[in-house]
Structure formats: C-alpha cells, structure tokens
Design a protein around this ligand. Structure first.
Ligand code: HEM
Length: 136
C-alpha cells in the first residue's frame, strides 16, 4: 500500500486525542446521511463501537508499511462484515462520514495533503475489505 504514513501518523493524533467526541459524531453523521445502515448496528454496546473505529484506524496506521499484515487482516475483516449485513456500496457511506468527521474535528489541520492521505488510506483499506468480502 503506498500511503503517506508519516502524515497519517501525525494526523492520527487528532483521532486518538478526541476519540470521545469523534466517535459519537461519526455515527451521528453516518446515520443522518445514510439512515439505511442504522439497523445493522446495535449488537454491540456503543463503547464497543467506539473502540471499533479507533482500534481499526490505529492498527492500520501502525501496519501501513506491512502489506502482508494488511492483506490478511483486512480480507478477514471484510468477510466478517458480510455477516453484519454490510454491502459494497456501504463502504462509500462510511468513508464519507469518517472523512467528514475528521475534517470537522481537525479544523485548520485538515490541509489538502492530510485530506488526500486519509482519502487514499480509506480507499486502500476498503478495497482490501471488499476483496475479502468477495471470498466470503
Ligand atoms: C475501513 C472500513 C471499516 C473498518 C476498518 C471497520 C472496522 C470494524 C471493526 C474493527 C469492527 C468490530 C468487529 C470486527 O472486528 O469485525 C466492525 C464492526 C462493524 N462494522 Fe465495520 N468497519 C469498516 C467498514 C464498515 C462499513 C462500510 C459498514 C457498513 C455500514 C460497517 C458496519 C459494521 C457493523 C454493523 C459492525 C458490527 C457492529 C455491531 O455489532 O453493532 N463497517 N467494523
């Protein structure tokens, strides 16, 4: 995965430091823009869902230069998401909500380079998850 790892790492601080605000806002934006995905959520507590977002982002950024880990992990995660009822189209919804949430919280730190780094990262991650989901 050819991603801007240093820039992602630097801007990840925003996510980690502000996780208690970012996670609820992410779901608020997601459910407001794409109410059709709401019924998929709920088998986990909201605390678990909060961890889902942060842990996944942190783990991917930690392994951003480890193609083998990324492929194995994200293929498996994509397969699991089929069981949650997630369709391929929904990856664009989550990407939109995630980037909108990050942009809102980053404020001035959301420069064009940072936006590009996150867009590329989300595209790469979701492509691997979708590839995995096709083997479900
Ligand atoms: C980059 C993309 C995504 C990442 C990294 C991600 C990550 C995760 C993780 C780590 C979990 C926790 C359980 C597990 O390990 O399987 C999870 C659960 C879940 N994800 Fe995702 N996810 C992504 C995209 C999506 C999309 C596009 C949807 C569609 C709306 C979605 C819906 C769900 C649902 C419904 C659950 C189960 C929540 C519950 O039990 O209430 N995810 N996700």
């Amino acid at each position: 995965m050819s991603l801007n790892a240093p820039l992602l790492r630097a801007s990840l601080e925003i996510v980690v430091a502000r996780q208690p605000e970012i996670t609820p806002r992410f779901y608020e934006i997601l459910f407001e823009r794409y109410p059709q995905v709401k019924p998929l959520f709920g088998r986990n507590s909201s605390a678990n869902q909060a961890r889902m977002l942060q842990d996944a982002i942190v783990a991917v950024v930690d392994h951003v230069e480890d193609a083998e880990w990324l492929t194995t992990t994200l293929h498996a995660m994509g397969r699991k998401h089929v069981d949650y009822g997630v369709t391929e189209a929904m990856y664009a919804y989550v990407g939109d909500a995630l980037l909108a949430t990050l942009a809102e919280h980053a404020g001035e730190a959301w420069t064009p380079d940072v936006a590009t780094a996150w867009t590329d990262a989300y595209t790469a991650i979701s492509s691997l998850m979708i590839a995995g989901s096709r083997t479900a």
